[in-house]
Design a protein around this ligand. Structure first.
Ligand code: DP6
Length: 389
């Protein structure tokens, strides 16, 4: 029996992917760019096994067995098996897959990117596949191709009809900008959202703004964003991040029927961040929202204690006993005392308690993590642990 275990990170785009030019191959209409988050705080973990005794391919997600006939799953399996470098007997063995997240799926955090990146990296380890695996991860979920690398990653949309040039590449390692921090604000929300896949299909079919965005906004924005990252220019980075999130959600509203992902709490976060940046007289934090109400804030390490205090003030928590979870997760932080003067200048609306479920404080993924997990093989930034028995 051959066994490989892999962990893979979540990524949060600062230039968003929204819209496919090919639904089957999962080819996007524009480039996108993201930061890969630390796997200590948010990750998927997948173990893949192959054995002569297995009668069929099978998969378990977070402990319960799911159908293997899912098209996206099959795409990943096919892509990797096509490139397998194994003896023909082992290559024909069936595979068992067990995958889980280290964060609650119910939180509505993007889990498919980490999940498919992890699956593909683990399978690539199992089948001794060499070379780029971002395209195989893309065939499971578009944004997954960015999770096979750490640091800052760009997914090139490519132009070839077969998608062979639609791959992700790291543009900067996490050490390039070690001060960069991320706060994921998990918003309380029970409404049912249209999935990304359905939402973006609808946007491609109906939104003129999306077409404009892909042709006229993203091409220069992605270049400017790359430059802002390489120059470690937080002001530029923050401005582009917020504008791109806003334009993406504008295209969702321009979709017919509209896709509404942000809720009142999300909008209150947007207002607070603008009020804070204005009161501080400089860009201190940037928000971005995916296909849901949770906010991700990008900020610099020196400002984390102050931002946490400001969030605690404007988004008070209900008592910890009621929530039943640790409110501030991830990297420990001591909130800073915020002056009355700063709070008066921010002058945003104070929310009723409990609008945020919890906050995760994290950073761009640290490559040294590979040692910590006692990894034997490291593949494309994902962490692999391989065992043959
Ligand atoms: C809003 O990658 O989940 O998070 O390719 O259909 O699986 P599929 O979509 P998915 O879409 C992610 C959209 C987004 C923006 C982004 O991550 O770039």
């Amino acid at each position: 029996m051959n066994v490989v275990t892999c962990i893979a990170p979540v990524n949060i785009a600062v230039i968003k992917y929204w819209g496919k030019r090919d639904e089957d191959l999962i080819l996007p209409i524009n480039d996108s760019l993201s930061a890969t988050l630390h796997t200590d705080h948010l990750c998927a973990k997948t173990t893949v096994m192959t054995s002569a005794d297995f009668k069929e391919d099978r998969i378990w997600l977070n402990g319960s067995e799911e159908s293997i006939d899912n098209k996206r799953l099959q795409n990943c399996l096919k892509e990797i098996r096509k490139r397998a470098k194994l003896g023909s007997d082992v290559g024909s063995w069936k595979v068992h897959i067990c995958s889980e997240n280290n964060f609650p799926t119910a939180a509505g955090l993007a889990s498919s990117a980490a999940g498919y990146a992890c699956l593909v990296a683990a399978l690539a380890g199992l089948y001794n596949v060499e070379g780029d695996i971002s395209a195989a991860a893309r065939s499971g979920s578009g944004s997954a191709c960015r999770s096979v690398f750490g640091g800052f990653v760009r997914w090139y949309s490519g132009s070839k009809p077969d998608g062979s040039d639609s791959i992700a590449k790291q543009i900067a390692a996490p050490e390039h900008w070690p001060e960069m921090r991320i706060l994921v604000l998990v918003v309380n929300d029970t409404s049912k959202k249209v999935s990304s896949a359905i939402g973006m299909k609808r946007s491609v079919a109906t939104s003129e703004l999306l077409k404009y965005r892909a042709e006229h906004s993203v091409p220069w924005r992605v270049e400017e964003m790359t430059k802002a990252i390489l120059d470690r220019d937080f002001t530029k980075f923050a401005e582009l991040t917020m504008k791109d999130s806003n334009q993406f959600h504008a295209t969702c509203l321009d979709t017919f029927p509209p896709c509404v992902y942000m809720n009142d709490t999300s909008h209150a976060i947007v207002e607070l961040i603008h009020a804070y940046n204005a009161a501080a007289g400089e860009m201190k934090a940037a928000y971005t929202f995916d296909a849901g109400p949770n906010a991700t804030l990008y900020l610099l390490e020196k400002d984390v204690p102050e931002v946490i205090s400001i969030l605690n003030h404007y988004f008070p928590t209900i008592s910890l006993g009621d929530i039943g979870v640790e409110y501030l997760k991830g990297i420990p932080v001591q909130p800073a005392a915020v002056s009355e003067d700063l709070l008066r200048r921010i002058n945003a609306e104070r929310q009723s308690p409990g609008k945020l479920k919890y906050i995760i404080h994290t950073c761009a993924r640290d490559i040294e993590l590979i040692d910590k997990y006692g990894v034997i093989t490291s593949l494309f930034g994902a962490c692999i642990h391989k065992r043959d028995t």
